[in-house]
Design a protein around this ligand. Structure first.
Ligand code: SF4
Length: 280
């Protein structure tokens, strides 16, 4: 198997995987979405909420606020089920939880004050919301809000708030060929919504521009069918894939990928041990 990284920045990564099978690539996709731990607010204690927003809605908004969860920031934190404190009984310990506080008062001048994610404060300087400008609620006049929110590590399988990716998808590598014995129909190129096919009327041919941008939609094939032409053929390579990971900013996509591979590796080891007659 071969991996070729085409693009990588702090929120997005695109890479080509060659010589792989669909079940393997799909296992990476599912694990990256559902099994990579990240931080999210789990419990909210509302001390005061004079705003028009219901407590439950406010708690839901806080839960979906992305928190910084890269490996360096969450170092030392463990999953709640791996901690020896009794969270069920309302115990919170610094090994498995991080507390945020929010305290705000309206401006009292007939104006509306917007409370943002950046107004949340945390004892741990490494942990904070990824974006400071997510509106949480509005306060009128002298309305007040005061709360404590407890964030914990979790996985996307349990709740969408712990899914680190906003996009995690792959497609098979497109393959476009031309049947030169057929009549050319430039309608095929004109129908391409992504500009992958470009009509070159001077040289009487259709050219390919960035084949990796092809979505395999086959609009080109349908367009040429009107004239009975089979000049353009669109297919894909069975074992080559274009994989894209985009995160909500809580952790870099490379970390999501590496952690997903670790989790998958561990599961494979457990399965081998189990199939050999050992216990998990
Ligand atoms: S399959 Fe769709 S995106 Fe690809 S070349 Fe044809 S029209 Fe363009």
């Amino acid at each position: 198997m071969e991996i070729d990284v085409k693009k990588q920045d702090e929120n997005e990564m695109v890479f080509i995987v060659r010589d792989a099978e669909v079940p393997f690539v799909n296992a990476i996709r599912r694990t990256a979405m559902m099994q990579v731990p990240k931080l999210a607010i789990e419990d909210v204690f509302i001390i005061k909420n004079d705003s028009a927003m219901f407590d439950e809605v406010l708690a839901h908004r806080l839960g979906l606020t992305p928190l910084v969860s890269d490996l360096e920031s969450i170092e030392g934190l463990v999953m709640p089920e791996e901690c020896d404190c009794d969270a069920e009984a309302g115990e919170y310990c610094p090994r498995c939880s991080v507390s945020f506080y929010l305290s705000a008062v309206g401006d009292g001048e007939g104006t509306t004050k917007v409370v943002y994610s950046g107004d949340l404060t945390c004892d741990d300087s490494r942990i904070k919301p990824v974006y400071d400008t997510i509106p949480l609620l509005k306060l009128k006049d002298n309305q007040e809000v005061e709360l404590e929110a407890v964030a914990k590590l979790g996985i996307g399988k349990e709740h969408a708030k712990w899914v680190p990716t906003t996009v995690c998808a792959y497609k098979q590598y497109p393959e476009i060929t031309f049947n030169l014995s057929e009549n050319i129909d430039f309608a095929a190129a004109d129908a391409c919504p992504r500009g992958v096919l470009v009509a070159n009327k001077e040289d009487e041919c259709i050219e390919i521009n960035d084949i990796e941008n092809c979505s395999l939609c086959k609009a080109c094939i349908r367009a040429q069918q009107a004239s009975g032409s089979n000049y353009v053929n669109v297919g894909y390579r069975e074992n080559d894939f274009i994989f894209k990971i985009e995160t909500d900013g809580s952790m870099p996509p490379k970390e999501v990928l590496l952690k997903a591979c670790d989790v998958l590796d561990k599961k494979a080891d457990e399965f081998i041990t189990f199939s050999k007659g050992g216990s998990k």
